[in-house]
Design a protein around this ligand. Structure first.
Ligand code: PRP
Ligand code: MN
Ligand code: MG
Length: 187
């Protein structure tokens, strides 16, 4: 597909995720970890990451949505699906696919912090610091990327492309999402 360009290959993702998992394994030193994925984007990264964690792991998910007008998020985030687990006194790792403006994570971080976890850290696969609107820095970040619109490995454009095994760029000059014939993969 000529409209998508590979930014991070499957191999680069594999080794990036392995490095993150190694750091996390070292930092938590065998302590039980509650891994919280932010739906929907984080599901692929979370699935790969948790299979490399060596401590006892419990997995939960939250689903959130920003609201306000389309172009300018108000910074108000609504929880569509809350955690099933109680996090008080537990070590919690929030897992995200990408941090862009930082609004989603800033809100979730504050919200979860108020529930008194033993610790709360954030792991993101991708970080786009040039787009930040609020001050927020992840504890773990796999790849820092420029201000590209990226899809694949959980990230979507109009809910499509999440199943691509690599991270691809959709070029800015294009309007909306390019057509995608099922089964085809960008080169
Ligand atoms: C995307 C992405 C992050 C968030 C980052 O989620 O997965 O969760 O936006 O943006 P921010 O730093 O500007 O808040 P989206 O709202 O598209 O939902 P999705 O995960 O279901 O695709
Ligand atoms: Mn998301
Ligand atoms: Mg999205």
């Amino acid at each position: 597909m000529e409209k998508l360009e590979v930014l991070i290959t499957e191999e680069q993702l594999r080794s990036g995720v392995a490095e993150l998992a190694e750091r996390i394994n070292r930092d938590y030193n065998g302590e039980e970890l509650l891994v919280v994925g932010i739906l929907r984007g984080a599901f692929v990264f979370l699935a790969d990451l948790v299979r490399r964690l060596t401590m006892p792991v419990v997995i939960d998910f939250v689903a959130v949505s920003s609201y306000g007008d389309d172009t300018q998020s108000s910074g108000v985030v609504r929880i569509l699906k809350d955690l099933d687990e109680s996090i008080a006194g537990r070590h919690v790792l929030l897992v995200e696919d990408i941090i862009d403006t930082g609004l989603t994570l800033k809100y979730l971080y504050e919200n979860l912090k108020a529930r008194h976890p033993a610790s709360l850290k954030v792991c993101t696969l991708l970080d786009k610091p040039s787009r930040r609107r609020v001050d927020f820095n992840p504890d773990y970040a796999g790849f820092t990327i420029p201000d590209y619109f990226v899809v694949g490995y959980g990230l979507d454009c109009g809910q499509r492309y999440r199943n691509l095994p690599m991270v691809c760029v959709i070029r800015q000059e294009q309007e909306g999402c390019p057509p995608f014939a099922g089964g085809e993969q960008p080169r």
